[in-house]
Design a protein. Structure first.
Ligand SMILES: Nc1ncnc2c1ncn2[C@@H]1O[C@H](COP(=O)(O)OP(=O)(O)O)[C@@H](O)[C@H]1O
Ligand SMILES: CC(=O)OP(=O)(O)O
Ligand SMILES: [Mg+2]
Length: 378
C-alpha cells in the first residue's frame, strides 16, 4: 500500500513473549517512536507501561494527535480478511479464534483491551496475519482429509505472517525496479516463528503455516512439519494427552527441542564449540527451508527473487548460506561476500550471474499495520 492516507498511528504488536510498538506518521519514512519490551508475562501491564512512557514529555510524540491505534492479530479465520475497526463483538470473535493461534491471539487480545481502555475515544483497528493469504487457491488451502469433517470444524490452511510477507514482497519488487504484478517471489520470514510464502504477481499463492502457526518450517520452539501420526503415537505409547502433545510441539520443539536453545545465536555458539546436536539442528533447519524453496519454485514455475527477513533471516548469514547451499543448478547462487554479516538495510546477496536474485529485506510489520490502520479509518 502506498501512502495514500495521512495520519498518526500507535501500533502494538503483542507477541507471545514480547511487545513491539511504533508511533508512525504516515507522511514520514521513520517512526516518531519505536520500541520493544521483551519477556512480557502480563500484556495488559506491558501496554500500560508503553503508553505511560510515550506520555512523558520528551518522548517525541504527542498522543493527543493520534488518528488510530493499530493492532496485530495473528488469527482472523475465514471471517476477517481485511483491516477491521474493533468493537466488543470483534474482540469476542478474536477470543473465539484463540484455539487456532494459542500462543498469539490471547496476547493480541490483552493488548487490545488495555489500549482501548487507555484510548476509548480513538478508533482501534486490527490487522490480521491471515489476511494476505485470503488469495490462496482452494487447492493450496485444502487438506486431504474427509471434506465433511473439514467443513464442519473449519479445518483448512490459513497461513500467517501475512503482513510481513505483503510488506517484504512489495518492497522487494520496488528494489528490483518492477511492479509487484510482474514478479514471483519466495519470502522466507525467519523469526522466532517462521514461515515461507510464494508470492505470485503480488498475491500469496502458497505458504508454509497452516490451520495454526505450527506447520511448516522449523522454528524457535515449534516443530513445523511432522507426520501427524506422531501425535497418535505419543498418545498411545507415551501416554501423553492432547495438551501435553500441544505443549511439546509448540513450546518444547524446534531448535529448542533439537539443541537446547531457541535463539539462533546460542545455537551457533554451541555448534562452533563442536556441539553435535546444535550442528544437526542447523542442518535440519536449513534442509526444511530448502524443501520449501524447491516446492514453491515448482509450483510457480519460475521465481525472480528469494528474500530473507525477520530476526534470523536479517541477521544470520550462516542460516542464509545453509538454506541456499547447492542450489546453483536451480539458478540460485549466493555471493558469500555480499551475504556476510547482519543486514540493517535491504541488501542484494546473490551473485550478479544468479538468475534468481537473493535479497535480505528487513521486515516492518508495524509500519505496514500503521498504513493499513490509517487507511481503514480514512
Ligand atoms: N544477530 C543474530 N544472529 C542470529 N539470530 C538472531 C540474531 N538476532 C536475532 N536473532 C534471532 O531472531 C529471533 C527473533 O526474531 P523476531 O523476528 O524478532 O521474532 P519474533 O517476532 O517472533 O519475536 C531470535 O529468537 C533469534 O533466534
Ligand atoms: C504467527 C507467528 O508465528 O508469529 P511470531 O513469529 O511473531 O511468533
Ligand atoms: Mg514476529
Amino acid at each position: 500500500m502506498s501512502v495514500n492516507y495521512t495520519g498518526i498511528a500507535l501500533v502494538l504488536n503483542c507477541g507471545s513473549s514480547s511487545i513491539k510498538y511504533q508511533v508512525v506518521d504516515t507522511t514520514q519514512d521513520a517512526p516518531l517512536a519505536s520500541g520493544l519490551v521483551e519477556r512480557v508475562t502480563d500484556h495488559n501491564e506491558g501496554v500500560r507501561q508503553i503508553i505511560a512512557d510515550l506520555s512523558q514529555p520528551g518522548s517525541g510524540v504527542d498522543l493527543s494527535t493520534l488518528t488510530v491505534v493499530g493492532h496485530r492479530v495473528v488469527q482472523g479465520g475465514s471471517e476477517f480478511t481485511a483491516p477491521t475497526v474493533v468493537t466488543d463483538e470483534v474482540e469476542d470473535h478474536i477470543a473465539k479464534l484463540s484455539t487456532l493461534a494459542p500462543l498469539h491471539n490471547p496476547a493480541n487480545l490483552a493488548g487490545i483491551t488495555a489500549a482501548r481502555a487507555a484510548f476509548p475515544e480513538i478508533p482501534h483497528v486490527v490487522v490480521f496475519d491471515t489476511a494476505f493469504h485470503a488469495t490462496l487457491p482452494e487447492a493450496a488451502y485444502t487438506y486431504a482429509i474427509d471434506r465433511r469433517v473439514a467443513e464442519e470444524h473449519g479445518v483448512r490452511r490459513y497461513g500467517f505472517h501475512g503482513t510481513s510477507h505483503a510488506y517484504v514482497s512489495r518492497e522487494t519488487a520496488r528494489l528490483m525496479g518492477k511492479a509487484p504484478e510482474d514478479v514471483n517471489i519466495i519470502v522466507l520470514h525467519l523469526g522466532n516463528g517462521a514461515s515461507a510464502c510464494a508470492v505470485q504477481g503480488g498475491r500469496s499463492v502458497d505458504t508454509s503455516m497452516g490451520l495454526t502457526p505450527l506447520e511448516g518450517l522449523v522454528m524457535g520452539t515449534r516443530s513445523g512439519d511432522i507426520d501427524p501420526a506422531v501425535v497418535m503415537h505419543l498418545g498411545r505409547t507415551a501416554g501423553m494427552d492432547v495438551d501435553e502433545v500441544d505443549a511439546l510441539l509448540n513450546r518444547q520443539s524446534g531448535m529448542l527441542g533439537l539443541t537446547g536453545y531457541s535463539d539462533m545465536r546460542d545455537v551457533w555458539t554451541a555448534a562452533d564449540q563442536g556441539d553435535a546436536a546444535a550442528k544437526l539442528g542447523l542442518e535440519v533447519y536449513g534442509r526444511r527451508i530448502k524443501g520449501y524453496i524447491g516446492k514453491y519454485l515448482a509450483e510457480m514455475g519460475s521465481v525472480d527473487a528469494i528474500v530473507f527477513t525477520a530476526g534470523v533471516g536479517e541477521n544470520d548469514h550462516g542460516v542464509r548460506e545453509l538454506a541456499t547451499k547447492g542450489l546453483a543448478g536451480l539458478g540460485i547462487e549466493l555471493d558469500l561476500e555480499r551475504n556476510d554479516g547482519r543486514k540493517k538495510q535491504a541488501t542484494l546477496v546473490s551473485t550478479d550471474a544468479s538468475p534468481v536474485q537473493i535479497w535480505v529485506v528487513p521486515t516492518n510489520e508495524e509500519r505496514e499495520i500503521a498504513l493499513q490502520s490509517v487507511a481503514a479509518v480514512s
